[in-house]
Ligand binder design. Sequence first.
Ligand SMILES: [Zn+2]
Ligand SMILES: [Zn+2]
Ligand SMILES: [Zn+2]
Length: 146
Amino acid sequence: MTTQLTHISELIQTQGYRLTAAREAIITALVQTGGHVSADELVEIVHQAAPQVGRMTVYRTLDLLCELGCLRPVYQGTGAAHYILFADGHHHHLVCRLCEKVVEFDECLLRELEERIGRRFNFAIEGHLLELYGLCGDCQGRDAVG
Ligand SMILES: [Zn+2]
Ligand SMILES: [Zn+2]
Ligand SMILES: [Zn+2]
């Protein structure tokens, strides 16, 4: 968690932005959530630690982090976007289609694919969100019963 915080803080500064107290509070809150949060949920969390940080500042900081490539909005269904952290360029999920549990995992075999696809489409790939769907251990039995 601390490394993600350091990474994002450094990224902001190397891109020429100031790491204000408000931005730091917002990034800290974001990293604490594990990076799965809607803008409004994040506003609530930030306000618990730093009540002086305004809603618009949270929104603008989310936009900035998206621009810098370490955060992406993900739209699921009709609800508000959820933001997912890409502090080191990628993010992986196992998603259970029955209980909708989400498991995070770190193993990555996609760097070679990124390079190959990037060359083929002349696309400077900066990261990926990988979601693998199926049934978790608890749900594998339940599916058969229906
Ligand atoms: Zn499940
Ligand atoms: Zn995740
Ligand atoms: Zn990956």
